[in-house]
Design a protein around this ligand. Structure first.
Ligand code: FDA
Length: 392
């Protein structure tokens, strides 16, 4: 039987950060993962350029049933700490927008720096390793694995959430949590496109590929960014953001004229350009195709002077407060995160250690902490992995 100080299960963002930081403290760390390669989500992230953190990271960028939980770890390993690491490895990066930092080149730059830190600090990384059984022992934990029996003083669960099973996601972390007496809060897909099945599907399909700036709201939360029409429904950053606040059956409001008071704008157009057709005006705000389709499917397009005040108010309502009920989401197949997870009320916010089973730690997405879109989820992975590494 092999024995070591720490076993980390899951060589994703949180597991790699935890392993390299603990090893830098002089701990003997074995990092295992059932996938054939580490950090697959890092490689896929940010459209291949990894949005590795956000300049404006705040606890308010995270969703959790226990909103205070993330504060301590985020304060002890900040976006500036990760930026320093990125700079130490001379990885070129840039701010795309809204504080979102992306690699200039490829996501593999981020994975490369984490693997290089792991190598330098002496982390032993074993891929293609599955865990069959975990038992608590006097000195820590004993694991039955495809590498044989392994023992450790501290066991770190960094197995992530359920999003994108083809990238290695499993519910194993939740299973471990339950085994050691933890509650797992219901999970659902977050940062995920909406599917539409009613008559709107046709409109979405015809506009597929069209992106438009909008203010999207649901359940008292709003995001102003682009929405993207797709063959199956709606996507784009504003939709992904709001999807994390949406529950089946909820309606979503979309303001397609976020820079204007819709009715005021239409009234102004009516008085200044009475002979212009509605679709011509809309064509100045949206693409021609979108203007024509909206004019055909939503309104009767005619010269502005022909609209009664009631008709104009109806057009304003439709454009400024388009209300729809998504049929569902694309689910874990494409979701960027999993909402819910290990209940943080049973985990120390300082150490990430289980309050139920000493020596057991949870880091990253397996916990009930999910960030907004924009680099926040990686920042949580770095911060929580770092926090656990100080104590494991
Ligand atoms: P992560 O999922 O990264 O790692 C878990 C690891 O555990 C995996 O390597 C997996 O193989 C392993 N594992 C699972 N089950 C196991 C088992 N039974 N046995 C052994 N090993 C097991 N965030 C962000 O901030 N900026 C971005 O640009 C993006 N972009 C993005 C794109 C896409 C397509 C996705 C799916 C997600 C993002 N994200 C993101 C979210 C981000 O990738 C995510 O929040 C972090 O990767 C979570 O890190 P973890 O280490 O917790 O889990």
């Amino acid at each position: 039987m092999r024995s070591t100080d720490i076993i980390v299960i899951g060589a994703g963002a949180a597991g790699l950060m935890c392993a390299m930081t603990a090893a830098a403290r002089g701990r003997r760390v074995l990092l295992i993962d059932h996938a054939n390669k580490p950090g697959k989500k890092i490689l896929m992230s940010g459209g291949g350029r990894c949005n590795f953190t956000n300049l404006y990271t705040e606890p308010s960028n995270f969703l959790s049933q226990n909103p205070h939980f993330c504060k301590s770890a985020l304060a002890r390993y900040t976006q500036w700490d990760f930026i320093e690491l990125v700079s130490k490895h001379a990885v070129p990066y840039h701010e795309k927008k809204l504080g979102q930092l992306f690699c200039d080149n490829k996501s593999s730059d981020i994975l490369g720096l984490l693997l290089s830190e792991c190598e330098q600090t002496g982390v032993e990384l074993r891929m293609d390793t599955s865990v069959q059984q975990i038992d608590k022992t006097e000195g820590g934990y004993q694991l039955q694995t495809s590498l044989g029996t392994l023992a450790c003083a501290s066991l770190v669960v960094a197995t992530g959430g359920l999003s994108i099973p083809t990238l290695g996601a499993t519910g194993f972390g939740y299973q471990i949590a339950r085994q050691f007496g933890h509650s797992v809060l219901p999970t659902r897909a977050g940062l995920v496109p909406f599917t539409i099945t009613d008559q709107l599907k046709e409109l979405c399909g015809e506009l597929s590929g069209t992106s438009v700036d909008a203010l999207v709201s649901c359940n008292d939360s709003s995001f102003r960014e682009n929405i993207l029409f797709t063959h199956r429904g709606l996507s784009g950053p504003a939709i992904l953001q709001i999807s994390s606040f949406w529950q089946p059956g909820d309606s979503v409001e979309i303001n397609l004229l976020p820079d204007h008071d819709a009715l005021g704008w239409l009234q102004q157009q009516q008085s200044e350009r009475p002979n212009s057709e509605l679709k011509t005006l809309l064509g100045e705000v949206f693409t021609k195709k979108m203007a024509n389709l909206l004019a055909e499917q939503w309104f009767v397009s005619k010269p502005m002077k022909q609209y009664t005040p009631g008709e104009l108010a109806a057009v304003a309502e439709q454009l400024g407060n388009w209300t729809l009920v998504p049929a569902g989401t694309e689910g874990y197949r494409t979701a960027e995160v999993t909402l819910g997870g290990v209940d943080t009320r049973e985990v120390s916010s300082k150490t990430m250690e289980s309050l139920k089973s000493p020596g057991l730690y949870f880091v990253g997405e397996v916990l009930d902490v999910s960030g907004h879109l924009g680099g926040f989820n990686f920042q949580w992975a770095w911060a929580s992995g770092y926090a656990a590494a100080q104590f494991a």
